[in-house]
Ligand binder design. Structure first.
Ligand code: ADP
Ligand code: ZN
Ligand code: ZN
Length: 816
């Protein structure tokens, strides 16, 4: 579909699909669209539902009826409640996602809309100023009772339900007349349970007074002054550790006022000093100028090395968007990143910055959402699912760290990638999309080759203030072992760690912990056990305790017993890889008792606000070393960090996945990029058993192009993305042989029915065969990237027995 097709959203057709909110569930139903209502996608309507009238959202127009419905069965929409509550493009987006990712529209809606929006909303009718001034005799006898009733109400406003009780069958014709005459309007009131909070706010009137004040009272005034003269009463009381009475006394003296105001439950962040746009470097300036000249839809790859100042480019690209009363959407990989980034945006743009992610409470989500639908110019920063927020008037979309795999949803349908959705959304909204990264995904990079006038490559090749990228030392751990060092820290890393406190500097130690999949390598010669039929390492499969140790290729299902000695050098030091943060912190304590460390991983950051707390503690120098996992690679800007240590690069290099080289390069380059971002130069120590690995060489020279030059031809030869498209069929069930046989049967069906341009690989077991007592097998389909083909999921699912479920992963990022 091209962007121009998408603007055909008027509804000339007789039927529409309406998302109806019923208690406890939502569903999509067909209705007649009365031509006089002129309904559009995105309108809120009221519809008959059983014996009741319910609220609904028009989600799609139908040109023909579904086969199982006859025209007599279908009832008409009652009324339009609010028009343009959502933009029609928004529904177009959801529909496209449902189609592209082979899911039901309902599944996409559940992802995009806060639950119970309409279910708990109340439809109300109010008079317009015109209606208030209207003499009842000016309208027809049918409408007079309603007009009188509304005029009697002090506010000119009643709930629909009340009016219905009062007027019964007179309501509908009367209301139609008043609505059309512009005398009344109908609106939705926010759900009761989620009604905005009203809270007391304290405003400073006078900071100095001739009256004598108690120390407490002076404290309160000082805090208010420092916070810009206004604070919620509850926070003021908390910050000054005083009682309400102290504030009330100040109000009596006329030094402050206390008023009640609606408090939006937007995620509350500490107050931040405002900053000014920075003076840009020449590279930043060139990139910004290019972005600002764009009109309409464009995709921009902003390829800037770590520490090149991409964020400042985003900030300055957004400023004119807001001035033009448009909004901007900023997507980031993980919430651990957002405190720092959000602070920067709030410092620049103040309160029009909202944060939206899946960890918000229902109240916070609802308020952020309501704010968006007001249509004011604003910035929403969020994670993956924020790509669906219903911002009106979108002027720019930014995906920061666009290569990050957390933009892809893998477990649940729709298995969408936020980058792909954002690209389509930018097309719909006719606005630019900026993809920022130091290590662009190969898909994003490869779009360059099929360059259209809508694709732009912008580069920031240098760090700010010409700071050097940190030198990367590869340490050969085989040598360390040979020379008698059994510690997990190599001698160069030990020396660097010892040096840290002497120079008041800090270090990051990175541990890779992705998935369960472990590979086996020899600690003496570095050999890795590989599949004889495929170019991947064998995975160790954990099924249950006490099971025989098997190594398997999960591409072709070859398997072998775990050998006792290394097939290359006969050494018995064959080792599974995988090392946790805990193990590393234990070793730190044992070997460097004087070093203070903090652990930064998913265990220690589970609680809300914990990311911010840990990073602040580290920034304030409460520890020398931050030990963590993947989270560390994502955009942290910590000026004091001069040393980055990678404990074992190998566990990244040997994942049995076509994308493991790309992921390894990205992760290692990003983690290396945390070093030397401040005034002191940085250094990176990368421990490995395979120092000659080409990915490590590319990381060492900070050479993205070199990496691409060696990786793309391999992808092309095997038709992997970005040259081919992948589709993964995941089967699971509690009965292993049934799952396996089902997968086999469907693979056979695919082989018979799919054309020769689609490769069918497998079935093979997933690398973790059993998860939560379910056995998992999969089939991988590989096809040319331009293949116009829609998988027949319904047919495949009809071939699955009840004990086996089948899920599709469209464009899977990993196939383990
Ligand atoms: P990136 O996201 O590209 O890795 P950042 O956006 O984190 O880099 O920027 C790195 C550092 O440089 C930040 O501390 C930022 O405040 C600073 N910075 C960015 N632009 C400028 C500039 N024009 N002048 C001075 N400092 C800058
Ligand atoms: Zn060996
Ligand atoms: Zn194989």
């Amino acid at each position: 579909m091209t962007a121009s097709d998408c603007f055909n959203y008027l509804l000339p057709s007789a039927w529409i699909l309406v998302l109806v909110d019923c208690p406890g569930s939502q569903g999509i139903y067909t209705y007649v669209s009365p031509p006089e209502l002129g309904l559009e996608v995105g309108d809120i309507v009221s519809v008959p539902f059983g014996a009741q009238i319910r609220g609904g959202i028009v989600v799609q127009s139908l040109t023909e009826l579904p086969a199982d419905l006859s025209p007599e069965q279908i009832r008409p929409v009652e009324e339009r409640v609010v028009s343009g509550f959502f933009s029609p493009q928004f529904w177009q987006l959801l529909q496209w996602v449902a189609d592209y990712y082979c899911t039901e529209l309902m599944a996409v809606i559940r992802l995009a809309l806060p639950p119970g929006l309409l279910e708990r909303s109340q439809r109300r009718i109010r008079l317009t100023p015109q209606g208030q001034a209207q003499a009842p005799t000016g309208c027809s006898p049918k409408a007079q009772p309603l007009l009188r009733l509304l005029q009697q109400a002090k506010t000119g406003d009643y709930s629909y339900r009340y009016l219905q009780q009062q007027l019964k069958s007179l309501l509908r014709p009367g209301l139609q007349e008043l609505l059309r005459g512009g005398w009344a309007e109908s609106y939705l009131e926010p759900p009761q349970a989620l009604r905005p909070k009203q809270q007391k706010i304290v405003t400073l009137v006078q900071a100095n007074s001739s009256e004598t004040l108690t120390a407490k009272q002076r404290d309160v005034l000082e805090i208010l002054r420092r916070q810009g003269g206004e604070l919620w009463l509850s926070e003021l009381v908390q910050q000054s550790r005083c009682s309400d009475a102290v504030v009330t006394a100040l109000a009596t003296k006329g030094l402050v006022t206390i008023t009640v105001r609606e408090r939006l439950r937007l995620l509350h962040q500490p107050t931040i000093d405002r900053d000014q746009p920075r003076c840009l470097t020449a590279d930043q300036q060139a990139a910004l100028a290019h972005i600002q000249a764009l009109r309409g839809y464009h995709t921009v790859l902003l390829h800037g090395v770590t520490g090149s100042g991409k964020t400042e480019v985003y900030l300055q690209a957004i400023a004119p968007i807001l001035q033009a009363h448009q909004s901007a959407l900023v997507l980031v990989p993980e919430i651990g990143l957002t405190p720092q980034l959000t602070d920067q945006f709030r410092a620049r743009f103040g309160d029009c910055v909202a944060v939206y992610h899946s960890a918000l409470s229902e109240g916070e989500r609802y308020d952020t959402w309501r704010q968006m639908l007001l249509g004011q110019a604003q910035i929403v920063i969020g994670t993956r699912s924020a790509v669906f927020v219903p911002l009106l008037n979108l002027g720019l979309i930014i995906l920061d760290e666009e290569h990050d795999s957390s933009f892809k949803q893998t477990q649940m349908a729709p298995t969408y990638h936020a980058r792909r959705v954002a690209q389509y959304r930018a097309q719909l909204e006719q606005c630019p999309l900026i993809l920022g990264s130091a290590t662009p995904a190969l898909e994003t990079w490869a779009q360059r080759q099929s360059a259209t006038s809508h694709y732009h490559y912008l580069s920031l090749p240098n760090r700010i203030q010409a700071r050097p990228l940190p030198p990367v030392t590869l340490v050969d751990m085989r040598e360390e072992l040979k020379t008698g060092n059994r510690s997990i820290f190599s001698r160069p890393l030990q020396a660097a760690l010892t040096q840290l406190p002497l120079e008041h500097q800090q270090a990051i130690l990175f541990i890779n912990r992705r998935g369960h999949s472990t590979f086996v390598s020899c600690r003496s010669c570095g050999a890795v056990l590989e599949c004889p039929h495929c170019d991947v390492s064998l995975s160790y499969h954990y099924t249950h305790d006490g099971a025989a140790q098997r190594l398997r290729c999960h591409y072709c299902n070859y398997s072998q017993d775990q050998p006792q000695v290394c097939p290359q050098c006969q050494s018995s030091y064959l080792k599974f890889f995988g090392s946790g943060t805990q193990k590393v912190t234990q070793a730190l304590t044992a070997e460097f008792p004087h070093l203070r460390w903090l652990r930064f991983d998913s265990d220690t950051t589970r609680r809300k606000g914990e990311h911010r707390r840990l990073l602040t503690a580290f920034r304030e120098g409460q520890a020398d070393v931050l030990v963590g996992t993947q989270m560390l690679t994502k955009g942290l800007d910590l000026a004091q960090v001069t040393l980055v240590g990678v404990i074992a690069a190998d566990s990244l290099l040997n994942l049995a996945d076509y994308r493991s080289a790309e992921r390894a390069f990205q992760t290692l380059t990003q983690v290396a990029g945390r070093a030397g971002r401040g005034d002191n130069p940085g250094a990176v120590i990368l421990q490995t058993y395979m120092p000659e690995h080409p990915v490590l060489k590319a990381v060492q020279t900070h050479d993205y192009q070199q990496f691409v030059a060696q990786e793309l031809p391999q992808r092309q030869a095997l038709n992997y993305p970005p040259y081919g498209r992948l589709l993964l069929l995941r089967f699971s069930g509690t009965n292993e042989s049934q799952v396996c046989a089902t997968a086999q049967g469907i693979a056979d069906v695919c082989r018979q029915s799919l054309g020769p341009s689609i490769d069918i690989l497998g079935p093979a077991p997933a690398s973790i065969l059993r998860v939560a007592d379910r056995f998992r097998w999969q089939i991988l389909l590989k096809m040319p990237s331009h293949q116009a083909w829609k998988p027949d999921l319904a047919r495949w699912q009809s071939l699955c027995p009840s004990g086996v479920s089948l899920h599709l992963d469209i464009d899977p990022l990993s196939i383990d």
